[in-house]
Ligand binder design. Structure first.
Ligand code: PLP
Length: 377
């Protein structure tokens, strides 16, 4: 079965008890037990819920994995993954992971005795050099946010395997339609389901997938023990969104390619960051480990004033944090995702005050191009 078919005819797309084409929202906290000597499959909704389970099975299957888990947000998913490690363990983080993931390491879990190193994973030697006696895992994200930097997943996974480390990949920007790190040998993949998977800017959710039984047991232990589960209503919204993942992303990606080309040739744009462009240095590696460049890009306007007036004038796009919705969403990293970073640190990382991130929606691309064109004048 190919990916688009799997979205609609997977194991969990039809409700097993009624045949309903939409898995019901099992809005229940607990379940009647017929026999106290052998409890049923469902006992309490923190531990398991049929709507959540349908979502967990669905994401596992789409990522090419065995075990899926749904959390109350992407960050709850990441926190739960880090929680399978212990004080004294050392974890290597790519230095341009999503800001909230970075914050988990740099100001929350560091207080519990887990050690972190932050490395530029664009150069695999940096990963090698950061490995210590107590290193347990490498956390990666590719393409990265907001500069769409590419990490060589196969190369990084090879180093991890040689050193007995677990590879964890944030696959939010690509979704399993465009990139499947488990198939390349990664051990754990996670998502902010808030973005492309749910796809409609209406739910906050997190998802984790692995094929390794031992890791799955450890993640489930944290999910049930820590309790940051996704509720049945939000599980249902995410499941519904997933059905159109391919249909949405095909349009979004095609719009992104056209907008990237339009921006690259515009006189008021200095630089475009998009792994589908020949000018992107990571293009070759990215296309060798994924199925497309995706629907997110960033660009530098000529200067700060042009960036500001672009954001003021744009009509057919929301100016907001987040991405992956059906509507085009524009964000301004210097004041949004990276506002907590001092401006010299931001500049050092290449996140200029003229940088704008765009997540393409499913609008008619002619309208988006016209709108961008006017807003850039
Ligand atoms: C949004 C995002 C997250 C965090 O997910 P939430 O659902 O907001 O908690 C993590 N990684 C990436 C790449 C994201 O874009």
């Amino acid at each position: 079965m190919k990916f688009g078919t799997k979205l609609l005819h997977g194991e969990y797309t039809i409700d097993k008890t009624t045949g309903a084409l939409s898995v019901p929202i099992y809005q229940t906290s607990t379940y009647h037990q017929e026999n106290i000597e052998s409890l049923g499959e469902y006992t309490y909704s923190r531990s398991e819920n049929p709507t959540r389970k349908a979502l967990e099975g669905t994401i596992a299957s789409l990522e090419g994995g065995e075990y899926g888990y749904a959390f109350s947000s992407g960050i709850a998913a990441a926190a739960s993954i880090i929680s399978i490690f212990s004080a004294g363990d050392h974890l290597i983080f790519a230095d341009d992971l999503y800001g909230g993931t970075y914050r988990l390491a740099s100001s929350i879990f560091n207080r519990y005795g887990i050690e972190f190193s932050f490395v530029d994973a664009g150069n695999l030697n940096n990963i090698k050099e950061a490995i210590k006696q107590n290193t347990k895992a490498i956390f990666l994200e590719t393409p990265s946010n907001p500069l769409l930097k590419i990490t060589d997943l196969k190369g990084a996974i090879k180093i991890a395997k040689e050193n007995n480390l677990i590879t964890v990949v944030d696959n939010t920007f690509m979704s399993p339609y465009l990139q499947r790190p488990l198939e390349l040998g990664a051990d754990i993949v996670w998502h902010s389901g808030t973005k492309f998977l749910a796809g409609h800017s209406d739910v906050v959710a997190g998802l984790v997938v692995t094929s390794n039984k031992d890791l799955a047991d450890r993640i489930y232990y944290i999910q049930n023990g820590f309790g940051s589960i996704l509720g049945p209503q939000d599980s249902w919204l995410t499941l519904r969104g997933i059905k159109t993942l391919k249909a949405r992303l095909d349009i979004q990606q095609s719009n992104a390619i056209k907008i990237a080309n339009f921006l690259e040739s515009h006189k008021n744009v200095n630089k475009v960051y998009y792994p589908g462009l020949d000018s992107h240095e990571g293009k070759g590696i990215h296309l060798g480990q994924s199925f497309g460049p995706g629907a997110v890009l960033s660009f530098e306007a000529k200067d700060y004033l042009k960036a500001k007036s672009f954001m003021d004038k744009i009509k057919y796009a929301a100016v907001a944090v987040s991405l992956g919705g059906v509507e085009t969403i524009i964000s301004y990293p210097a004041k949004m995702s990276h506002a907590a970073m001092p401006s010299d640190e931001r500049e050092k990382r290449g996140i200029k005050d003229s940088l704008i991130r765009v997540s393409l929606g499913i609008e008619d691309v002619e309208d988006i191009i016209n709108d961008f064109s006017k807003a850039l004048e």
